[in-house]
Design a protein around this ligand. Structure first.
Ligand code: HEC
Ligand code: HEC
Ligand code: HEC
Ligand code: HEC
Ligand code: HEC
Length: 208
């Protein structure tokens, strides 16, 4: 009895891995869930020019990039509100209302790796991989979407040849930074050697 039960769980677990491994959450480029309040990166990070770390403050210290608490929005939106035209006015009013009621805004996750895969932001951004290499031109997105497959093959492609992506540490959040492919290889190889960068391809690096 207990054996049969154990076998059943193992089969379910394996099915889960296969299912989540290929689920759209993990692999669908272009995935763009509807948010409780439409939030515009092209406006805030593009036109207003706010640095990514103004809101995603933990990205260079911790595995997670943390979406900002409403408090951060209120730094500006206590003032910037009344003079706006619709629909901006109602959207901003919804932020103030959530803040006044001490209710967190329930942002829907856009990127979501399966639990059996381990990812760490600080390990990447402190070693010279820019946000744009994995998230695309977020500063041009009205609605943020998944720009890259986030598949195992995609991770490994860069872990094998990081020089194709490495950039100076002061350019991590610079969305417009781009070199010609030849220049990138030259600079990337230099950075790789200088900082001794060697991303691991061992299974246990990402499956712990
Ligand atoms: C003023 C605050 C603010 C700034 C500045 C900002 N973001 Fe965001 N970001 C948010 C909020 C709020 C969300 C959650 C809502 C959403 O997904 O649109 C978010 C979501 C994201 C997501 C999707 C997270 C997920 O659920 O997977 C990514 C990726 C992202 N931001 C990257 C960036 C990058 C790159 C920059 C700099 C170019 C940036 N953000 C600048 C507030 C900000
Ligand atoms: C540095 C200041 C600043 C911060 C911080 C800020 N905003 Fe804004 N936001 C603005 C300005 C300026 C506008 C343009 C106002 C207008 O259009 O009247 C704006 C407009 C908006 C609008 C209306 C425009 C639209 O796209 O409909 C929404 C919604 C909004 N912000 C949400 C947020 C959220 C959510 C946060 C926190 C994650 C945030 N803002 C943080 C400055 C800021
Ligand atoms: C090497 C690729 C890579 C780089 C570089 C990168 N991200 Fe991410 N980001 C991811 C992946 C993968 C996820 C999904 C993580 C998960 O589901 O566990 C993610 C998720 C996020 C999230 C959602 C919250 C979270 O931690 O799950 C935000 C916000 C975000 N990234 C912002 C940024 C910003 C801002 C930068 C640059 C400072 C950046 N990312 C650099 C790959 C990257
Ligand atoms: C664009 C290049 C790039 C992509 C894409 C990328 N990585 Fe990395 N990864 C790196 C670099 C560079 C390092 C740092 C290597 C070093 O410090 O020597 C790294 C390091 C790591 C580490 C080691 C962190 C630690 O604790 O030491 C993990 C885990 C990791 N990556 C997981 C992933 C996963 C999972 C994905 C896909 C979802 C991914 N990476 C995608 C370039 C990349
Ligand atoms: C650089 C990070 C990284 C390394 C190294 C890595 N994986 Fe993965 N692996 C992932 C990610 C991310 C996923 C989830 C992919 C998805 O959701 O599509 C994954 C998914 C899987 C899956 C689920 C099925 C599938 O293909 O989606 C299996 C099985 C797997 N990995 C086995 C391995 C084995 C065995 C190794 C060592 C030879 C390994 N992985 C090395 C990141 C990595």
């Amino acid at each position: 009895m207990s054996l049969a039960l154990g076998g059943g769980f193992a089969a379910l677990y394996a099915a889960g891995i296969v299912y989540f491994g290929f689920s759209p959450l993990a692999t669908d480029v272009g995935y763009m869930p509807t948010q409780p309040i439409p939030y515009n990166h092209a406006l805030h990070a593009g036109i207003l020019g706010l640095d990514c770390t103004y809101c995603h403050a933990t990205v260079d210290e911790s595995p997670h990039a943390a979406v900002p608490p409403t408090q951060v929005c209120m730094n500006c939106h206590t003032g910037i509100k009344r003079e706006s035209a619709e629909p901006a006015k109602s959207r901003i009013a919804a932020i103030s209302a959530a803040y006044a009621a001490s209710e967190a805004i329930k942002w829907v996750k856009v990127h979501d790796l399966p639990d059996y895969a381990y990812f760490n932001h600080s390990a990447h951004v402190r070693r010279g991989i820019g946000c744009a290499s994995c998230h695309g031109r977020v500063d041009q997105m009205d609605v943020v979407y998944q720009a890259q497959p986030l598949s195992m093959g995609w991770c490994l492609e860069c872990h094998r040849e990081p020089e194709r992506f490495l950039r100076p540490l002061d350019k991590i959040t610079d969305m417009a930074y781009a070199l010609t492919p030849e220049e990138q290889l030259r600079v990337g190889r230099e950075l790789r050697q200088k900082y001794n960068i060697n991303p691991s391809q061992d299974c246990s690096t990402c499956h712990r």
